[in-house]
Write a protein that binds this ligand. Sequence first.
Ligand code: HEM
Length: 164
Amino acid sequence: MRAKKWAKIWKLTNRTFHAESLKMNMIINECLRLYPLVPTLTRKVEKGVKLGNLNLPGKINIFILIRALHHNPQIWGKDVHIFRPERFAEGVAKATNNNAAAFFPFGLGPRTCVGINFTFNEAKIALSMILQHCKVVLSNNYVHCPADIFLTPKHGVKVIVQAI
Ligand code: HEM
C-alpha cells in the first residue's frame, strides 16, 4: 500500500486507539462473552490434586466449559443473556461479580492466547474502516442461530449496508 494511502487510513482509524478504544474493547468483550469461539479448554491432570472442593484423580482429562461460565447468571447477573457491553465499563472484575477468572475467551494463565492484541487490533481496524464508509443495519430477515462448535451463524448474518 502506498505511504500516502496508508497515512490516510491510519488517520481515519487512529481515534479507535484512543478515546473510543475503551468502548470498542467493551463491545468485543461482550461479543466474546456471549459467543466465545473456543468452547472448552482441555487440561490433563497428571497427578491427583485437590481443586477447591474437588478431588481430581491423576491421569484424567478435564474440560473447562468457557460457554457455561460465560452464561452463568450467578457470575454475570440476571441480564446474562442480554448483549450489554456496558457491563465491562469498569473492568472485568466488576462485570463478573468479582470472579474475573470466569471470563476467559482467550484462555488463562501461562497458555493464554498469544494473539489477543492482534485480534483486538484487527477487529478494531476492520470495524472502524467499514463504519467510516457504511451504515450497517440488521435485516428483518436475520434469524439468530449460532450453530456448530464455533457458533457460526447458521443462516448467515443478513445486513443492509448503505454508503454514507
Ligand atoms: C477471536 C480470536 C481468538 C480466540 C477466541 C482465541 C482463543 C484462544 C484460546 C482460548 C487459547 C488457549 C488454549 C488453551 O489454553 O488450551 C489460545 C491459545 C493460542 N492462540 Fe488464540 N485465539 C484467537 C486468536 C488468535 C490469533 C489471531 C493468534 C495468532 C496470531 C492466536 C494464537 C494462539 C496461540 C499460538 C496459542 C497457544 C498459546 C500457548 O499455548 O502458549 N490466537 N487462543
